[in-house]
Design a protein around this ligand. Structure first.
Ligand code: PGA
Length: 254
């Protein structure tokens, strides 16, 4: 298995470049001071901060929170996957529930984005997860299966190696109600089972499955001990350097 992955999703924060620089520098400095760190950290800031943060030579990798599937052209307001590649991004979060909900992204659009980023060797982090209502109706597995199958449509055995899956139950995002570690583990096992029906066992085993949804320094240790989870997608807590660094320390120690 590769190193555990911790991905910071800054979402639409902070509001100034100065704050973004400060947050990144603080994280970078504290990260350097951690001994025996056996983790890979990816920071996903808003697009506009990427060029500037890239200048701060760092051990932290950079990712984006979305992208467009066309290379270029008359698509007002979009940022293409090629532009992200050029900016030194290595990862792209795709299909986040906030994109699905507020910007009407469908599984088909997400799949196009997946294929586009893979074509230039960017690593997509495919976010999947059920709503509170779907969970109550016990349709979690049905939703996960559908989102995986549609999201990974036409992705080859060769490219699937680059894909990361993030299980993010929507009811747990930004609510402080993190999913029970056992429940996240169960979802991860199910996700791997679905993927193994499409790809070979050897490759399926290597695909990192992350958990996301109200992750903080208090609850990370419980998840980190679960063998089917290979890291976290962290929203709110990634904006607080002390919190985020503690999460990294917890995962390094686990
Ligand atoms: P949260 O967000 O950690 O603030 O719950 C997670 C996410 O949206 O990826």
């Amino acid at each position: 298995m590769t190193k555990p992955l911790i991905i910071a999703n800054w979402k639409c924060n902070p509001t100034t470049l100065q704050e973004a620089r400060r947050l990144f520098s603080t994280l970078e400095k504290s990260f350097k001071e951690i001994k025996n760190k056996n983790v890979e950290i990816v920071i996903c800031p808003p697009f506009v901060y990427l060029p500037e943060l890239r200048k701060q030579k760092s051990n932290l990798k950079l990712g984006a929170q979305n992208c467009f599937w066309k290379k270029k052209g008359a698509f007002t307001g979009e940022i293409s996957f090629l532009m992200l590649k050029d900016l030194g991004c290595q990862y792209v979060i795709l299909g986040h529930s906030e994109r699905r909900r507020y910007f009407q992204e469908t599984d088909e659009m997400i799949n196009r984005k997946m294929r586009a980023v893979l074509s230039v060797k960017l690593k997509p982090i495919l976010c999947i997860g059920e709503t509170e209502n779907e969970r109550k109706k016990r349709s979690t597995q049905k939703i996960l299966k559908s989102q995986i199958e549609k999201g990974l449509r036409e992705i080859t055995e060769k490219d699937i190696n680059q894909v990361i899956i993030a299980y993010e139950p929507i009811w747990a995002i930004g609510t402080g109600k993190a999913c029970l570690p056992e429940e996240a583990e169960k979802a991860a096992i199910f996700i791997r089972k679905i993927i193994s029906k499409i790809y070979s066992q050897k490759i399926t085993k290597r695909i990192p499955i992350l958990y996301g949804g109200s992750v903080n320094s208090q609850n990370t240790l419980n998840y980190a001990a679960k063998s089917n989870l290979q890291g976290f997608l962290v929203g709110g807590a990634s904006l607080y350097p002390r919190e985020f660094i503690q999460i990294i320390k917890n995962v390094s120690r686990a």
